[in-house]
Every structure is written in C-alpha cells, then in structure tokens.
Design a protein around this ligand. Structure first.
Ligand code: NAD
Length: 428
C-alpha cells in the first residue's frame, strides 16, 4: 500500500524496511528512515546525529535516506497551533517501521499529554531499552565506571504506566474503596479519611513479550545473562507473577542449551547450578537489592528485564553512571518496530546555541543500527564517539568535569566524530 502525506514527502530514493512472514526484519541497504529532530536542543542534536549516522552507514557500504517528519513545536509551526503530533508523522513511522526522534517538550500544567508516551502507545512499543556503558574519558560519578555494561528492558505499557487511579475526595475512589473493603474483604487496611487508589496491572501477555524481547536481545548480542528484577517478595500476584511468567518464557520457549532458567528456588534447592556452556542464564533479583548491586557489582549483570516502575528507577540509576545526561541512549521496541530516542529532554535553556552534546541521540541511532542488524556501523559510531571524547575536545557538559579538556560546540564535535569514523573505517 502506498501512503499519501499531507505536508511532507518521502525522499525520492530509498527502500522500505519490511517484516517477513516469520516475523523477522528485512532491512535494505538504502532504507528510508523517518526522523523527528525534536524541540529545544533537538534542533541542535538531531541534525548532528543524522550526519554522524550517515557517515557510519556510508563507511559500511550503505546509505540512509532520511525522511524528516514533525512533532511538537515544529509540527505546530507547520500544521497549525493545535497539531502536536500530525497524522503525517504517525503514518510515516507506521510505514517505514524504524525511526529516530529527539526530545519533545511536555509543557507542565497544559492540556496535552506527553507526546513521547502517545507515540509509544500508538505503536505499542512495549519495551523501553537503554544500554548503559562507560565511554572512556567521561566523568562518571562512580569509582570503577568501566565495570558497567548493562542493557535495561523496561516494560512500557502496564504496571503504573497503565495510569489506572482515582483521586482522593471523588465519588469514584469511594466506590473503589467500598468494593475493596466490602466485596473483596480487605478490611482494616486503608486508613479512614481521604485516600487515593491506583491499580497496578501486570499481564501474562505484557510480561512474556518483554522478557522474550530481552532474551532474544541477549542471544543476538552475545550476552550471558538476563536478570528479571521484581518486588515479588511483597507484591506476589503482580511483581511475583512477572518473575514466574518470565521464567516460563525461558523454560518453555527455548532449548536448555540456549537459554537456562535459574529461578531463586533452583539456587535454594541446588546450592550451585551448572549452566550449559554458551547458554544465556535467566535469573532473578529483588528490585531494591538490584539497586545496590548496580553500584556494588555492576560487572555481574548483563541484561535486566523489569516491570515499568522498577525499570524507571533502575534505568535512570544506571544511566547516571555514564556521567552526563548528554550520553545515555535509548530505544523503544515493538513487534518489528523501533523508535530510537535519547534519555534526555529538550533542555530549552541550551537550545539553538550550538552547545548540546549529540552523543545520546547518536548512540540511540547506534542501538537502532543494532536492531537493523548493522552491527559494524553501530560499533563504528560507538568507537568514533569514544575516540572523539578521548581526544579531549568535548561539549560543555563533559568539559566542566574533565580536567584539561577543551570546550567545543555541537557542530565541531560532530565533525570530529565524523573524522574518527572515516579514520577508523580506513584502518579496518
Ligand atoms: P532535560 O533532560 O531536558 O535537561 C536537564 C539538564 O540536563 C539540562 O539543563 C542540561 O543541563 C542537561 N542536558 C540534557 N541533555 C543534554 C545534552 N544533550 N547535552 C548537554 N546537556 C544536556 O530535562 P528537563 O529540563 O527536566 O526537561 C525539559 C523538557 O524535556 C520537559 O518538557 C520534559 O518534559 C522534556 N523531556 C522529554 C523527554 C523525551 O522527549 N523523551 C525526556 C525527558 C524530558
């Protein structure tokens, strides 16, 4: 089916990413990839990422055909004051499957909901994925930052993100209280007086597809372990169930020699476990303990799969170890879909000043490349960024924490990364 667009046109050249009958992604060497630059510093770092990612694609014999699409303030300018997320943009991301976006501002107290959440929900992008690792030369707040190399998979559609809650003082909340106390027998628990009540759904479908995605990622990226992080000791029928369903995926959907389920009950029974050589081990940790392990023994973990709220805390805590909000990358995955986006926001104070660090959005693009199977191009992007930071000419956010570094703007830093890509490719 050929899509038609109102105010934008796809590039004249390029091909579509498609999904084969068996669900696998078919990526041409000249894909059309929609890009939303984003609000605020998005207009600085979006074009920078395009330049760097294109250089890595070309250095590995490919060509990206960028398709500029709009959301947030740029959409309002083009489509009208009330249009934040145009149909054109949704259609393009739908048609081309893989896209990248910069940050979008969510005005506090105004009528519209977060565009980021709207995009994730519209495309059912159920896994929020963030790799966190040390880039040599960066100013991490921890003593041994090189021990960190963890990818977090956060469930994106349920748990507290489902947003089912009732406000104190409303008739609805009193109805829910009456139901819980009178019909479900939970008496003497909720204190008298005003109360707010929320519901935390965790489904078999939501859990299993998230854990499956994390295990597949581990298998494809030579990771040794997937850890299910939950609070099942307290919330047995939601968080505990997440762990049980997650273990079922490991046990029932993969052969033991590929994926080995090692729940706590097995450790307790056996004392020690022999994981088949080369298999990905799936184990579990209680969420609060995991926050300690993240600081104390980060090198013992690889991939973490978590319900929404645990994932929120743990992915931010892991990202902070990278040393600047200008660094942590991310992406949202759905069935045959990827929307890459940096962790940071639109930092309006820094916008339009050629100041912002383009690393986070560019490394998000590297994650997108990995999803597309372009591992060589992804490695080139990461190595070139590390080399550019190592050379000590960096953007303001890193400059203030690296002794002896020279401060440069977004465009100069971008040119330097491209220079490293060319050099690295020439030496290969
Ligand atoms: P922010 O991430 O935009 O900025 C916080 C601070 O981090 C900035 O003042 C800046 O000093 C630094 N920073 C962030 N990115 C940087 C970069 N690339 N280079 C250098 N320094 C960088 O967080 P905020 O101020 O809380 O949010 C601003 C807006 O962004 C809000 O409207 C918020 O809703 C939105 N937001 C969007 C996303 C998203 O699009 N996914 C994520 C977070 C926040």
């Amino acid at each position: 089916m050929i899509m038609s667009y109102e105010l934008i046109d796809p590039p004249a050249d390029g091909s579509r990413v498609t999904v084969a009958g068996d669900g696998s992604l078919e990526v041409p060497s000249d894909p059309i990839i929609p890009i939303i630059h984003g609000d605020g510093i998005g207009e600085d770092v979006g074009p920078a990422a395009q330049t760097i990612l294109q250089a890595a694609a070309q250095a590995t014999g490919r060509e990206i055909n960028w398709f500029r699409v709009y959301a947030g303030e740029a959409a309002q300018e083009r489509y009208g004051e009330d249009v934040h997320l145009p149909e054109d943009t949704l259609r393009a991301i739908d048609e081309y499957r893989i896209a990248i976006k910069g940050p979008l501002t969510t005005p506090v107290g105004s009528g519209f909901r977060s565009l980021n959440v709207a995009l994730r929900q519209h495309f059912d992008l159920f896994a929020n994925v963030r790799p966190t690792y040390h880039l040599e030369g960066t100013p991490s707040p921890v003593k041994a930052p090189e021990l960190l190399d963890i990818v977090t998979f956060r469930e994106n559609t349920e748990d507290v993100y489902a947003g089912i809650e009732w406000e104190a003082g409303t008739q609805e909340v009193e109805q829910v209280r009456a139901f819980v106390e009178d019909e479900m027998g939970a008496t003497g628990i909720i204190h008298d007086g005003p109360v707010g009540i929320g519901i935390k759904p965790i489904t078999e479908k939501g859990t299993k597809r998230l854990v499956r995605e994390a295990i597949d990622y581990a298998l494809e990226n030579d990771r040794e372990k997937v850890t299910l992080v939950h609070k099942g000791n307290i919330m047995k029928f939601t968080e505990g169930q997440f762990s049980e369903w997650g273990m079922e995926v490991a046990q029932e959907e993969y052969p033991d020699e590929e994926v080995f389920a090692a729940p706590n009950s097995l450790w307790e029974a056996e004392g020690e476990i022999d994981v088949p050589e080369g298999a990905v081990m799936v184990d579990e940790r209680i969420a609060d303990a995991m926050l300690q392990w993240l600081l104390l023994r980060p090198d013992e973990f690889d991939v973490l799969a978590m319900p929404n709220l645990n994932g929120d805390y743990l992915s931010d805590a892991a990202g902070a170890q990278m040393g600047s909000l200008g660094l942590p990358p991310g992406a949202n995955f759905g069935e045959g879909r990827c929307l890459a986006e940096p962790v940071h926001g639109s930092a309006p104070k820094r916008a339009g000043q050629d100041m912002a660090n383009p690393c986070a959005i560019t490394l998000s693009g590297a994650l997108m490349f990995e999803y597309m199977g372009w591992y060589d191009a992804a490695a080139l992007v990461k190595d070139a960024i590390e080399a550019a930071i190592g050379a000590g000419r960096v953007t303001y956010d890193l400059h203030r924490n690296i002794e002896g570094a020279e401060r440069v703007g977004t465009t100069t830093f971008t040119d330097e990364v491209v220079g490293h890509i060319e050099q690295l490719a020439a030496n290969q």
